[in-house]
Design a protein around this ligand. Structure first.
Ligand SMILES: Cc1ncc(C[n+]2csc(CCOP(=O)(O)OP(=O)(O)O)c2C)c(N)n1
Length: 642
């Protein structure tokens, strides 16, 4: 058994002392650690495995924290974390209180820029470069961006600016031909040609076909063509696009030979201008199941290392899966329905829709803004676009929703998966802002289903509506309720009273309804307290008549939402009552206070923020001026038994 090298590494200086064989062994140790840990904690496996050698080479030539490595998206940073002082805590990856799955400035000085959304690295690196030069300092700044993230508009804004500034900046393009699914778009095709020499193959084949068929000139012309091909290759192929943008293009370089990468980076280090280093890697490298199915192993829960099988908990279908089936059912009936995703075919469920309707499904790349305005354009011409984007990523499309869709009252359906607390991915991924960033936009109808059947009814409602709509639902399984064959649309702005009680009312949106119902049962069982529970399924418009009636008969209302309190559902209830009365109703709001929420399981976080049944139960008791219910209940039982 060879000695473990990894445990002796605390940064780039330690790497520089290793022999090539030791480097190889270290790469193997890193891979083993990542696979073992992620098989337990879940996480972004394939991307991290793909950049082990690249990370080793970068840290050897550009030691951090003096030099700044800016990881794009950041999901590929596990090897970086292992090399920069987080080996011992690596087992806590993505667990509540443990280390984050993404670079995080507060976690380590080696994490030069926090991230989780795609396409930011070049802009951030540009900023660091300008700061360095303005302050007269001397270090290198390296942005590492995947070919998928390079499809984000912001990446091009960054390239454009960097080329213009002409400063000393390195951009490493980590090209594995994959976003989460296979990468899409004209740019991806261009990079593919760079990698495979397809352009020259095409050129040669066509030339050989044409000239070789001419009887006399045939063979010598083909020889000549080969020489032309070489010349053309150097003129046309090597990163012309990047060169035109002001970068020196280096590559393509095979991404799994450590020494070769180190040599190239040592040369790059000497240059003081914008450089783009094109590195070709394999997503999932070193773990056969991930190499075979990189999309599945992009990000996943715990799995069995031997078989590569996910250890899923089973249970009812996810909201995502129910949405996909519902959309397919609707699309069968109406040929004008199309689906749009921004590089999230699997995550949003649209992969299934794409199988059923390949011509009616658009993966536009990591381009949320474009997805929204593209949908707006389609809607102007009578197509019914359904834009499926995670709540957190739709933040990118705010102005497009406002300016391109809602201002023109275009019937675009926004489907926001992962609304609310998402769990282990943490603050960059929680969908806790959508109710606030959507609610103030005129003309938009906003819905949140209490269960998966209501989601299907909301989709129907949205497709029938002659204006923009948004449906937000949580990550995870539905309630396991049966799905209607032919879901009926909901009356616009209608809430539902789920349970009646005289003492006070809980108005709950989406996933909070189940917790509120459970809290109500506990209140009745343990205290004989009867509360009304309302399914506030429309966040906009509010059910003003029901709200008015409730407020005139109850003097206490609790609102519950998995959203920030600022500008969310509870705020809209307060605004309504402040304008329309009656006076004297005490409204409290359960939701997320003015802070970013860390990573941790959904259960842990719901409990922390009082959004589970126990939290709402305690909150109601406090509002009613009663003592702690659980304790009181237990005490009562004890004294009854005495
Ligand atoms: C703005 C935004 N949209 C979508 C995502 C979801 N997402 C995470 S990683 C990823 C693909 C990234 O591909 P690439 O940059 O090539 O990295 P790879 O995983 O292939 O190494 C996507 C779409 C995101 N993080 N940010």
């Amino acid at each position: 058994m060879k000695r473990k090298i990894l445990s002796g590494i605390a940064g780039g200086a330690d790497l520089a002392r290793l022999t090539p064989d030791e480097m190889k062994q270290l790469a193997a140790e890193i891979r083993e650690t990542i696979i073992t840990t992620v098989s337990r904690t879940g996480g972004h496996l394939a991307s991290s495995l793909g950049v082990v050698e690249l990370t080793l080479a970068l840290h050897t030539v550009f030691p951090t924290p003096r030099d700044k490595i800016v990881w794009d998206v950041g999901h590929q940073c596990y090897a970086h974390k292992l090399l920069t002082g987080r080996q011992e805590r690596f087992g806590t990856l993505r667990q509540y209180g443990g280390i984050s799955g993404f670079p995080k400035r507060s976690e380590s000085p080696h994490d030069s820029f926090g991230t989780g959304h795609s396409g930011t690295s070049i802009s951030a690196a540009n900023g660091m470069v300008e700061a360095r030069d303005a302050l007269g300092e001397d270090y290198k700044v390296i942005a590492v961006i995947g070919d998928g993230s390079m499809t984000a508009g912001e990446a091009f804004e960054g390239l454009n600016h960097a080329g213009h500034l002409g400063k000393d900046i390195v951009v490493v393009l980590n090209d594995n031909e994959m976003s989460i699914s296979p990468n899409v778009g004209a740019l991806s095709a261009y990079m593919n040609r760079l990698m495979t020499g397809q352009f020259s193959t095409w050129f040669r084949d066509e030339f050989e076909k044409i000239v070789g068929s001419l009887p006399k000139v045939g063979e010598s012309a083909v020889r000549f063509a080969k020489r032309v091909e070489e010349a053309a290759k150097s003129l046309v192929i090597p990163g012309m696009l990047f060169e035109e943008l002001g970068f020196k293009y280096v590559g393509p370089i095979p991404g799994h030979g450590i020494q070769h990468l180190i040599e190239n980076f040592r040369n790059v280090r000497k240059l003081k201008r914008p450089i783009l280093v094109h590195v070709v890697t394999r997503k999932g490298k070193g773990y056969a199941p991930a190499e075979k199915n990189p999309a599945l192993f992009h990000g996943l829960g715990p799995f069995d290392i031997k078989t590569g099988k996910c250890l899923s908990k089973g249970g009812p279908p996810s909201y995502t899966a129910v949405f996909a089936d519902a959309l397919i059912r609707e699309a069968v009936k109406d040929s004008r329905i199309v689906g749009i995703t921004a590089a999230m075919l699997e995550g949003t469920g649209l992969a299934k829709f794409a199988e059923a309707f390949p011509e009616r499904c658009y993966d536009v790349g990591i381009a949320e803004q474009h997805a929204v305005t593209f949908a707006a354009g389609l809607a102007t011409q009578g197509i019914k676009p359904v834009v499926a984007i995670y709540s957190t990523f739709l933040q990118r499309g705010y102005d497009q929703i406002l300016h391109d869709v809602c201002l023109q009252k275009l019937p675009v359906v926004f489907v926001l998966d992962r609304g609310g607390l998402v769990g282990d991915d943490g603050p960059t991924h929680h969908g806790l802002f959508d109710l606030s960033y959507l609610r103030h936009i005129p003309n938009l109808v906003i819905m949140a289903p209490k269960d998966e059947n209501e989601l299907c009814r909301m989709l129907r409602t949205a497709l029938d509506h002659h204006g923009p709509t948004a449906i937000r639902y949580p990550r995870g399984s539905g309630a396991g309720v049966p799905i209607d064959e032919d879901p009926k649309p909901l009356p616009l702005g209608s809430w539902e009273v789920e349970r009646r009680g005289a003492e006070m009312a809980i108005l709950a949106t989406g996933v909070c309804l189940a917790a509120a119902m459970e809290a109500a049962r506990m209140l009745e069982d343990e205290h004989g307290v009867e509360v009304t529970v309302v399914n506030a399924r429309f966040i906009k418009p509010l059910d003003e008549s029901l709200l008015g009636r409730l407020a005139s008969t109850m003097d206490r209302i609790l609102t519950a939402e998995e959203n920030v309190l600022a500008g969310g559902f509870g705020s809209s209830v307060l605004e309504f009552l402040s304008e329309h009365g009656p006076d004297g109703v005490k409204v409290e709001r359960a939701g997320i206070p003015d802070e970013f929420v860390e990573h941790g399981s959904q259960d842990v976080l719901r409990s922390k923020y009082g959004l589970d049944a126990a939290g709402l139960y305690q909150r109601v008791l406090r509002m009613l001026g009663k003592e702690d219910g659980r304790t009181a209940g237990r005490e009562r039982t004890r004294s009854e038994n005495a």
